[in-house]
Design a protein around this ligand. Structure first.
Ligand SMILES: *Cc1c(COP(=O)(O)O)cnc(C)c1O
Length: 405
């Protein structure tokens, strides 16, 4: 199929739920991707944070190839060597006390499991989530997701989920009732615009939870795996939740969801109360073992902290130069550039010039490069962004005489 045929075929036969960009990607290595025509791109999206190790990391490729010849699938009702190896590696890096996990296939599933577990452990029903949060699109996770454009067409959603204003512990305190099972929080809100909470907020929430016998769930689907400069986002504030949701990068690009909890909590699930057919597939676990090995051996959390600091400083230079930039936010390599306008045009302009970016809401450019991105690649991205911002600014100035919407 040629480029046109590929695009038409996807559009014809796939549900049109993605905001598609006009590019056909066919291969990748490290932080680079290539399209059908051989054009090169620097990936600053990592497919929304999945490709933390970059694309086709040799250790991931080898692990998948080797395991593919051994055993691809093995139901959770049987034991498997790779699954045991993976879960041990995982529990070795999770914060102390979080030592029993359920394996699934996506971020949304990891949240579903957390919601069910919180209800089971507490025998209560209510979940408090934050305005601006994103937890996925299956019915339970969707009920906890904030944006009305995702929720409104699909009601009634699951009951007893409410949203409170973020960054203010009093809002949580006021919302807790004798029905409250858990508070569900992204340590840094991703889709919500790369919002870093004020220092002290998560500690306060934890104290409130402890006082009221309410469980604290952190959705670390985006912030986990070194992204924010620590292995897990919560470690930036030394707060350990009762339940933690993980997914995107944890199997080096293969689908995975992980819900990890205290043993005493996770043990409340009785046989059959929760399961999924692909839970802990050997091939996913083999890739997951390699992913965790690379994360630790290559000290990627440290790298994310250092390169993130550099990247953020360079973005701040751009912000000072271009009036259309409102603010730079983020921690480690989870960065956001808020503009005074919608960012979709910026994403397309950057794509044309060979940089892949994603958005985080209407007005925020989200930068989630692979953690292995190099300084020269960051410099290249900054050069492109500089040109793109200039182009956007010129367009807006030329069409109206002043920089305006
Ligand atoms: C992406 C994401 C999810 C949903 O994960 P899926 O794999 O798309 O279901 C949930 N929570 C957060 C914080 C995410 O970034």
């Amino acid at each position: 199929m040629n480029e046109q045929q590929i695009i038409e075929t996807e559009n014809r036969y796939l549900a049109n739920v993605f905001s598609k960009k006009p590019v056909v990607l066919t291969s990748g290595k490290g932080a680079l991707l290539w399209d059908l025509n051989g054009k090169e791109y620097v990936d600053c999206s990592s497919s929304y944070g999945v490709a933390a190790l970059g694309h086709c990391h040799p250790k991931i490729v080898k692990a998948i190839k080797t395991q593919a010849e051994q055993l691809i699938n093995c139901h959770g009702t049987y034991y498997n060597n790779k699954r045991a190896e993976f879960i041990e590696k995982l529990i070795n890096i999770t914060p102390p006390g979080l030592n029993k996990a359920f394996l699934s296939n996506s971020g949304a599933e990891s949240v579903e499991c957390a919601i069910k577990l919180a209800r089971k452990v507490t025998s209560k029903t209510e979940i408090i989530a934050l305005m601006g949060s994103y937890h996925g699109k299956t019915m339970g996770a969707l009920s906890a997701t904030w944006d009305k454009k995702y929720r409104d067409p699909f009601g009634p959603l699951i009951p007893d989920i409410k949203h409170v204003a973020p960054d203010n512990p009093d809002k949580i305190r006021e919302a807790i009732t004798d029905k409250t099972a858990a508070i569900l929080i992204e340590p840094i809100r991703g889709e919500g615009g790369i919002r870093v909470p004020p220092d002290g907020y998560l500690q306060k929430v934890q104290e409130i939870c402890a006082k009221h016998g309410v469980l604290l769930i952190f959705d670390e689907v985006q912030t986990g795996f070194g992204r924010t400069g620590k292995l897990f986002g919560c470690q930036n504030w030394n707060v350990i939740p009762d339940i933690m949701c993980l997914a995107k990068p944890f199997a080096g690009g293969l689908p995975i969801g992980i819900t990890v909890a205290k043993e005493s909590h996770m043990s409340m699930f009785k046989t059959g109360e929760h399961s999924t057919t692909f839970s802990g597939s050997p091939i996913v676990c083999a890739a997951g073992c390699a992913a965790i090995d690379v994360l630790i051996e290559e000290k990627l959390a440290n790298k994310a902290a250092l390169n993130g600091k550099y990247f953020k400083t360079q973005l701040e230079v751009l912000a000072a130069k271009h009036k259309i930039v409102k603010e730079i936010r983020g921690l480690g390599l989870m960065l956001g550039m808020e503009l005074r306008y919608e960012v979709y045009g910026i994403l397309l302009k950057a794509l044309k010039r060979g940089v892949l970016l994603v958005d985080a809401g209407r007005t925020v450019v989200r930068l989630l490069p692979p953690l292995i991105i190099t300084k020269p690649q960051i410099d290249y991205v900054i050069t492109i962004l500089d040109a793109v911002l200039e182009e956007e600014e010129n367009e807006r100035t030329n069409s109206s005489g002043t920089v305006s919407n």
